[in-house]
Design a protein around this ligand. Sequence first.
Ligand code: VGL
Ligand code: ZN
Length: 207
Amino acid sequence: MIDRKEENTAVLVVDVQGDFTRLMNGSLAVEGTDQAYLDQVTAETRRLKSLGFPAFATQDWHPADHISFVTRHEGHNPFDIIDLDGRDQILWPPHCIQNTLNAQVLVDNRLFEAIVKKGMDPGYDSYSGFFDDGGHDTGLDALLKTHGITDLIMFGLTTDYCARATAMDARSLGYGVRLIKDLCRGVAPDTTQTALEKMAEAGVVIV
Ligand code: VGL
Ligand code: ZN
């Protein structure tokens, strides 16, 4: 438990949005995302913020015709993997469509200095909050640097995709990263386990 302020350290809440939750009957609902989970995430964000840590969030924010949506690929089923310009692309149920209820960040938005949107380009997925698959920068790195941030305390959804990718990019960019595992939930147990291992190998401290 982090119980006092540390300089140059921010909280980063990843993609805590209705479509990833059971609570909101999300299209890509992940196990263990009930009201109790949301209450825990909100309470921890509030607690860390009241200790003096600035908080930021990321938000998956797709156009209705996003390339990652299975509906764009005739003859495919959700969770099929296709080749997209040499990259593996998982085909997801449509989720986090811009301006829909289930794209909203479920943690009190007033707690955040900023909410950084990602995945707006219809042609590229963006699990990472820093860069999309086409290498386009979301501005998160510059934003954190403006606030003097060198270290991140991260949690959110999903462990195996967006939390993983964001944590890995954060490490590549030189941030110190702690991931609060109990406040993360994954799409599937095996990929979640692999994600935790890969993050630890990259120097993410799993707490
Ligand atoms: C995510 C799958 C597709 C995530 C986003 O937030 O982890 N997963 N888009
Ligand atoms: Zn997405």
